[in-house]
Structure formats: C-alpha cells, structure tokens
Design a protein around this ligand. Structure first.
Ligand SMILES: *Cc1c(COP(=O)(O)O)cnc(C)c1O
Length: 389
C-alpha cells in the first residue's frame, strides 16, 4: 500500500481511508458491465464524501471517459485542478456560472426555457459555442423537462440556438426514479418515454453525442438502459445502491472508504452507570467503557444512537446511548484494549468490520448518506494512489 498522506496516521483521532485501487477496480468492473457504453463517473458532493479530485483522477485512469457533478462549481473545481475530458453538470439556478462553464468546456444540462435563455446569452458574451445536454423528465418527477409541449419548445428553441451558432446539443438524457427496485413498473414506463422523447428530438434534427439514463442500479442490473453512456455514482465507491439488488461483492465491487477512529479512553464503571446525554444506556453490570472520538459533526448519524456497530479489538460493539456531536461510547464488556486501539466503524466488511450498509440499517437510512455525510473534520487518507506493479 502506498500512503499518500503526509500525516502520521497512527496519531489521528479519526480518518477515512480511501482505497483508490478499489475505486479503479470498480470502474473497470462497471466498464465491463456497460459493454459498448462509455462510463461517466459521478463525482458530485466531493465524490460522495471520498474526495472529488483524487477520485475523479483515479476514475479516469481506470477508463471512465466522462465526469459528472451536480453543481457547476463542482465541475469548475475539477477543471481548475487540471482534470481533462468531457464533464457534465446538471443542477443550475438562475444566475449560475454559465460563462465560466462554457469557457471551461463543461457540458451544461438544461431542463427548462429559463436555462436555455441564460446559456445562450452567456455563449454570445463568451463568443463560444456552449455544449448543452437536454434533460427529459421521463417520470422521476424531479428535474428535467416535461414531455409534450414543454419538450417540443425546449428542443425547438435549442435547435434554433444551435443553428445560430450559440450552442451544440451534445446529449439527451434522463434519470430513473426506481431503478433500485427490481421489476418496478416505472422502469419500463420511463424507458419507453425516454425512447419517445429522444426519437422526437432526433426527428427534429438533434444529433446528440450521447444518450443516457442509467444510474448505478441500472448500470448493474438493466443492460437495456445503457444506451451510449452510463452514469454510476455509488457503485464507483463500491457500495451497493440497495441491499435489495445485492451486495457489492455480488457485482464484483469493493467498498472504497474505511472509517477508523482511535480509542480515546477506556475506563471501569460500576453497574447502573448512565452513559452519554439523556442516560439512554445504563450499564447492566460492572464493565468497561470505550470512548470513540467521532460524533454527528463528523457525520456519524445521531439516529444510530444505541444501534451503530463498531469493530474494536476484534469484537463488534454497539453505540451505547446517544451519539454526541464529537464522540460516542461503546460498552467493552470488561475488556481493556489499550487507548489508541483502532476502532473500525465501517469498511469493505471482509476483515470483520461493519459496512456502510450496516450503519445505514442501524440508522434508518441508505448507505449513500452514510459515506457522503462523513464530515470535513475527518481527514481523507488515500491509499493505493499509484497503480501497483
Ligand atoms: C447522483 C446521480 C447519479 C448517480 O446515481 P447513483 O445512484 O449514485 O449511481 C446519476 N445521475 C444523476 C442525475 C444523479 O443525480
């Protein structure tokens, strides 16, 4: 393993170890699943908490050909860090940095006429052709242009701007609502609607470079949704989109993030001792308590109070009482591991540790939220940054 961080990791309160070798392997696995389609690695939200720049770089090394972000600022930051190649960002509000995106060669997504007006004005000012992708709402009911008259207007006006030399429509795309629920009737309904909306735009004269709709679950389980490009996010980080469709290992994926903390205190307490705010845990007998120095400010869900799992000294322990802002406690049942012993909150799971999915289940959420919310106070330590061999 190559440790790329300059910090002495043993002394860290907590760290999120990011295995870039696993990330590269995941991207290769996704490429193989996507067969003829290209892969866009979705690196929004700081690469789901894993660190956008190193993860984007590793994804490109492993053969992803596009990068995707939600906000334009995320995409601009990747360009500023020197990341090359096609990039798409899709979450705009009026007054956004259209001109900067155009000048940085970033594809922008349009879901409505207001955005088309802003991007054409920015293209005129910049004297450059904007690369735009038209987003269809095929049934998600979130962002995207409604089918019918709205789509006809957006496509028509985009073609007029294209003829005027202001933009190039590079993509037609959409997003699934329930791709992680096998057999959900909305999947085929959205796919049919997508085909219709693409066909309409192409009949009108749009010549897109890429048509795409597949997120991670669709990339993994629905080959008929792959079109020219797939857009996996969570799968790049080795986490399954849903336990319903399988474990990461079922798809040949390996979790990229391991969250570790150093045991900050071990002490003996008598029976009947309340633990942490509210005293929701009371020691059932004489025991030892271990202090884990991470809390909800670090992204440990407060909803995991009394339920979150941690591997300490080879044994699974459970959060005793409430998760506080900066720390929580585990009942060590009389064991006395030395302070500084490493506690593993989650990781790939094959060294006996819990997984992000275990934390999701313990706190009533999805594994996406567990990894993405790990806070900025937790340093990311990159391992396997270089290709081995
Ligand atoms: C987040 C996101 C993705 C990736 O979704 P995963 O379920 O993480 O694969 C793809 N497309 C869009 C539009 C997104 O917002």
């Amino acid at each position: 393993m190559t440790e790329t961080a300059a910090v002495p990791t043993a002394a860290l309160r907590a760290r999120a170890e990011i295995d870039l070798g696993a990330l590269r392997a995941n991207v290769r696995t996704l490429r193989a699943r996507a067969k003829g389609a290209a892969v866009m690695a979705v690196v929004k939200s700081d690469a789901y908490g894993h660190g956008a720049v190193p993860c984007a770089r590793a994804a490109l090394e492993a053969g992803a050909s596009w990068l995707g972000t939600a906000t334009p600022d995320e995409a601009l930051a990747l360009r500023a860090a020197g990341l090359p190649g096609p990039m798409l960002c899709w979450l705009w509000v009026p007054g956004g940095p259209w001109r900067q995106a155009i000048e940085a060669g970033i594809d922008v997504s349009l879901s409505g006429m207001w955005a088309l007006r802003e991007v054409t004005a920015a293209a005129r000012e910049a004297g450059r052709v904007a690369r735009v992708q038209l987003k269809a709402d095929t049934g998600l009911g979130r962002n995207g242009c409604q089918p019918g008259a709205d789509w006809a207007e957006l496509v028509g006006e985009a073609l007029r701007a294209e003829a005027g030399g202001l933009l190039k429509v590079t993509g037609l795309w959409s997003h699934f609502a329930c791709a992680d629920e096998p057999g959900h009737p909305s999947i085929t309904a959205q796919l049919d609607r997508f085909r219709e909306m693409v066909a309409y735009a192409e009949e009108q004269g749009v010549r897109p470079e890429v048509r795409h709709i597949a997120n991670s679950p669709a990339t993994l389980t629905l080959p008929e949704t792959h079109f020219d490009l797939v857009r996996p996010g969570i799968a790049v980080y080795g986490v399954s989109p849903s336990p319903e469709i399988g474990t990461p290992a079922d798809f040949g994926l390996r979790p990229v993030m391991t969250l570790r903390a150093s045991l900050a205190l071990v002490k003996h307490v008598p029976a009947g001792h309340g633990v942490s705010y509210g005293h929701h845990y009371v020691t059932p007998g004489d025991t030892t308590l271990g202090l884990i120095p991470v809390g909800y400010a670090d992204g440990i869900p407060r909803h995991a109070s009394g339920t979150g799992p941690v591997l300490v000294d080879g044994k699974w322990r459970t959060v005793a009482g409430r998760v506080a802002m900066d720390q929580f406690v585990v009942d060590l049942g009389g064991d006395e591991p030395p302070v500084g012993t490493e506690a593993v909150l989650f990781g790939p799971g094959d060294r006996g540790e819990p997984t992000a999915e275990d934390w999701a289940q313990a706190s009533g959420t999805i594994a996406y939220e567990i990894v993405t919310r790990i806070g900025t106070r937790v340093p990311r330590v990159y391992v396997n940054g270089e290709e081995l061999g």
